[in-house]
Design a protein around this ligand. Structure first.
Ligand SMILES: Cc1cc2nc3c(=O)[nH]c(=O)nc-3n(C[C@H](O)[C@H](O)[C@H](O)COP(=O)(O)OP(=O)(O)OC[C@H]3O[C@@H](n4cnc5c(N)ncnc54)[C@H](O)[C@@H]3O)c2cc1C
Length: 545
């Protein structure tokens, strides 16, 4: 069987030809934790190994011919596999539907524009014919962002529009096309003269693009120092059905509402981002200071984190706390439970399922990094933090992207695994953490790991990862009701609908509650202006009509 033609090759994170597998230690841990039988552990559940088959597209042949005339015949595809590939992102249910061989909403065609000029012409054609356009980057969306629920065209920017246009060392900026993947972009900057960095490293870095980062308001692991993507973008070019929007790369301005900030977070519902100018920073990896601590409890760790952010001595770049369950799972997976270190920590009052790990990395000039790390050590100590050295942070950074590869083997064993994240003010953080954990843990045999990874003076994000046995045969309904309960609990406890994954079509039902009727009406009015015929990523993106 051709592995490259299967549903599995679409759903897999990473190289479809490479299968990740758990070792015996992990299998034992998984079997015990989730109450799985030997049969569960042996057989792959819904492996998705069938070849892809779709119904014929409904787009007229004349439209295909017109698209081919614009972008070239080789850049327009209507085959089953390419259409299925462009039907989903990487939300848990996307993977379930692919495993079930159920491609509900394929695009009618996939088009790979070669330039902004192609995008302008494709948009004019689609506007005239009222054909939906769904911009497509790395398709790592976890919010049904790239799903063409009304059919039409998936506009894939990764094949051609994937280059750095220019670096301006004087201004400290780079101008880049939207379809460039994270690793190629960062490598380009690292190698440019004395070496720069973009400073944006989401966990999906390997398989996400600059355009996707911008329109979803993404955040990378070093966001506490470098900021979220909205803090990095200086100007944009956007092709909307209404026309081309171009902003200028002023360092700051007072010229009315910020148009960049209107486009950042627009998730393809207003237009297509065709060029991004963003800040770059000097890369000085040898100067980075790494420190880590163990705290006796989550409240102590959160207090220390807040004090650091409000102390005015500078900020770390990477700043993370793992809650007690995440810390415990990390110990167990590394085979460290029962070790000398484990027993020593327990004796000192840092007990399993109470203690919490904190990771810190401070980048930039060596003196600055040293000073901030020294000050953080003092705050941690005052809050009962036990210094655990630099190596846990360095080891974590080495395997930073690896956990994304574990979702597929977990699902093979019949274990659902998904993540959900929110932003919350300091005063509401611990109550929200506790309420959402209580809800998630009310499901039997469920692991709920939480961390804080993006930190501000006034609050932080909370990132929930849950793993639980799949209710086989009721995969979709069971997940939908469980997931809805989590979002409702987050919202009821004063958390935002999202901190960095965006809204997509998944969170649409909650948007009126989040923005209010007038707020949502304002966003709808912007959409109606940019996209009068409603062809851009239609079907509920951002909760819009
Ligand atoms: C394992 C995993 C880990 C993740 N970790 C993080 C994380 O740490 N931080 C984070 O922020 N996110 C994370 N995400 C979510 C996701 O990776 C981000 O939302 C990412 O920014 C999406 O980029 P993409 O190129 O894959 O966009 P896509 O998924 O292709 O598209 C996302 C949305 O943007 C629109 N779009 C894409 N390109 C354009 C364009 N040029 N113009 C207009 N609209 C466009 C699409 O229509 C869609 O609505 C993670 C996802 C996964 C699966």
């Amino acid at each position: 069987m051709d592995v490259m033609n299967t549903y599995r090759s679409i759903l897999k994170w990473g190289d479809p030809a490479h299968e990740e597998a758990f070792d015996a230690h992990m299998l034992g841990f998984i079997g015990k934790t989730f109450g799985l039988s030997q049969g569960d552990l042996r057989e792959k559940y819904l492996p998705g190994q069938d070849s892809v088959r779709l119904k014929k597209p409904s787009i007229p042949r004349t439209v295909i011919a017109a698209l081919e005339k614009i972008a070239g015949k080789e850049n327009v595809a209507v085959g089953d596999y390419e259409r299925a590939y462009h039907s989903f992102g990487k939300f848990y249910l996307d993977l379930v539907y692919l495993r079930l061989g159920n491609v509900k909403n394929p695009p009618d065609a996939v088009v790979y524009p070669r330039s902004e000029d192609d995008v302008v012409k494709i948009m004019a054609l689609c506007s005239a014919k009222k054909i939906p356009i769904v911009p497509f980057g790395g398709h790592s969306s976890v919010t049904r962002g790239v799903e063409p629920v009304k059919g039409g065209i998936s506009l894939d920017l990764t094949r051609h529009m994937n280059r750095v246009v220019r670096v301006n060392e004087v201004n400290g900026t780079v101008t880049v096309q939207p379809g460039m993947y994270g690793p190629a972009f960062e490598e380009y900057l690292n190698r440019y003269k004395s070496g720069f960095t973009c400073g944006h490293f989401p966990q999906s870095f390997e398989y996400s693009t600059v355009g996707g980062w911008v329109v979803t308001r993404g955040a990378g692991q070093a966001s506490t120092g470098y900021g979220k993507i909205e803090d990095m973008v200086l100007s944009l070019r956007v092709v909307a059905p209404r026309g081309v929007i171009e902003t200028r790369d002023y360092p700051a301005a007072a010229i009315g509402p910020d148009i960049d900030q209107v486009i950042i977070g627009s998730e393809g519902a207003f237009g297509v981002v065709t060029e991004v100018t963003m800040k770059i920073r000097k890369r000085m990896p040898a100067s980075t200071a790494y420190v880590s601590f163990m705290f006796r409890g989550f409240t102590d760790a959160v207090r220390a984190m807040r004090e650091v952010m409000q102390a005015e001595f500078g900020k770390p770049h990477l700043f993370r706390i793992s809650d007690p369950e995440e810390t415990d799972v990390a110990f167990r997976l590394k085979g460290k439970d029962g070790s000398l270190a484990d027993r020593m920590l327990s004796l000192l009052g840092y007990k399993p399922m109470q203690r919490c790990l904190m990771f810190v990395a401070v980048e930039g000039d060596r003196d600055y990094a040293k000073l901030v790390a020294k000050k953080i050590r003092a705050v941690a100590k005052a809050n009962g933090g036990f210094a655990t050295g630099s190596s846990p942070v360095k080891k974590w950074l080495e395997q930073r992207y690896s956990s994304a590869y574990l979702r597929d083997p977990f699902m093979d064993l019949g274990v659902m695994t998904d993540t959900l994240e929110t932003a919350v003010s300091w005063e509401n953080l611990v109550p929200l953490w506790s309420a959402v954990r209580t809800y998630i843990k009310s499901r039997p045999n469920t692991v709920c790991m939480v961390h804080i990874s993006h930190v501000y003076e006034n609050g932080a994000n909370l990132y929930f990862t849950f793993l639980s046995p799949i209710r086989k045969g009721k995969d979709v309904e069971d997940f939908v009701s469980f997931h809805k309960g989590i979002i409702d609990t987050v919202h009821a406890n004063k958390g935002s609908l999202s901190h960095h994954h965006g809204v997509g079509k998944l969170m649409a039902p909650w948007m009126r509650r989040e923005l209010g009727t007038t707020g949502l009406g304002l966003v709808q009015a912007i959409k109606d202006y940019c996209d009068p015929k409603g062809i851009m990523n239609p079907g509920g993106t951002l909760g819009l009509k």
